[in-house]
Design a protein. Sequence first.
Length: 127
Amino acid sequence: MKNDISGRQDIKALVDRFYRNVLENEELAPLFAHVVWARHLPVMYDFWENALFYTGGYAGNPLEAHMNFHKKSPLTESNFDTWIRIFNDSVDELFEGKQAELTKQRAASIAAVMKVKILSTKNIIEN
């Protein structure tokens, strides 16, 4: 039996596993070629810790960051679908339980909102 997600150390393990899996994925790995991991990972730890445990330790704007990225390197519906699949698989590789399921639900909600906002913006700009 796997443990459930219970704190920052678990979040770090999940985020690290997720990005390892992303970098092994032919579709998503090129999108992360520019990432400075020493800066990005702590931000992701803070983001997910806040998203799951309401710690208040994250003060960024992920939608704005992804919109800016999208302007430079357009994201596709497939990118979002692959992201959520890899994220869910990463959770399932390491954890099980109520918090793990909540984590996947939060990720799906975040991905859905970003996908709609980013891809609809692309369509508005193109039309």
